[in-house]
Design a protein around this ligand. Structure first.
Ligand code: ADP
Length: 256
């Protein structure tokens, strides 16, 4: 994978009040690359995902998507977003699935998935529907088109959320602990769907996860973050079988 990274975190720092949560993160994601981000709670993983979605602003540093900055430094050292039109375009290359599904409760499954293609991409209703049905088929929910979120299990809701992100055809997708709010018996079906999508190849993924086995199976590269820094990274084999740092060794022991 020698292509220019689809995502580049460049010396990202982020503070909330007095607390510095990210302390200088550099991370590249190549087109199609699957990167698993692991680490203790509170190490800044979700914040990294939210920054990419421009749901947070960095305190300093920037993120490039397809070679263009999401943020510019303004005089006085404040970060500002790239101009809105441009940002809108870049943002449409990025999808995110959250721990809590955030589906629209008053819309059917189908409408949950067609809403953004119609409103954001300007697709005609019929075309949006066709795309949505394809995606819902991919996540195994074609028969639930007319159901409302309240009629679905947690695993099904999460699969709708995945279809809703996929339908935008992003270049990179962030999965933020998408199984941690699920009952244990529903975790497998969601991970299977993600594995399947990953195996199709072309979309890059940043997988924030506490499921080590899943990370090992899906990721091309595993990044271990702790205390706002990337402590260690490598192939799944390197990270899980030959962890170098004390910190990572201690972290992995908890999963044995
Ligand atoms: P992780 O995903 O690794 O558990 P997070 O990125 O969620 O870590 O959080 C890192 C730290 O930042 C935590 O201590 C959290 O409480 C804090 N934090 C995250 N978001 C905010 C916010 N909006 N305001 C204040 N503190 C926050």
């Amino acid at each position: 994978m020698t292509d220019y990274p689809v995502v580049r975190y460049l010396n990202i720092r982020k503070s909330f009040g007095d607390i510095e949560v990210l302390k200088g993160i550099d991370l590249d994601i190549a087109p199609g690359e699957k990167v698993a981000l692991i680490g203790p709670s509170g190490s800044g993983k979700t914040t990294l995902g939210r920054l990419l979605m421009t749901l947070e602003e960095p305190t300093s540093g920037t993120i490039e998507v397809n070679g263009e900055s999401l943020w510019h430094m303004k005089s006085g050292g404040r970060q500002v977003r790239a101009n809105e039109k441009h940002l809108h375009q870049m943002r449409s290359s990025i999808g995110m699935v959250f721990q809590h599904f955030n589906l629209f409760p008053h819309m059917t499954v189908l409408r949950n998935v067609t809403e953004a293609p119609i409103r954001v991409l300007g697709l005609a209703k019929e075309e949006a529907r066709e795309r949505a049905v394809l995606m819902l088929r991919k996540v195994g929910l074609e028969e639930k088109l007319d159901a409302y979120p309240a009629q679905l299990s947690g695993g099904q809701k999460q699969r709708v959320a995945i279809a809703r992100a996929l339908v935008m055809r992003p270049k990179v997708m962030v999965f933020d602990e998408v199984t941690s709010a699920l009952d244990p018996e529903l975790v497998g079906e969601v991970l299977e769907v993600i594995k399947e999508i990953a195996s199709e190849g072309e979309m890059a993924m940043l997988l924030i996860t506490h499921e080590m086995e899943f990370a090992r199976d899906v990721a091309d590269r595993v990044v271990f973050a702790a205390d706002g820094r990337i402590v260690e990274e490598g192939t799944p084999k390197e990270v899980f079988e030959h962890p170098q740092s004390e910190r990572l060794q201690a972290f992995l022991r908890r999963f044995r």
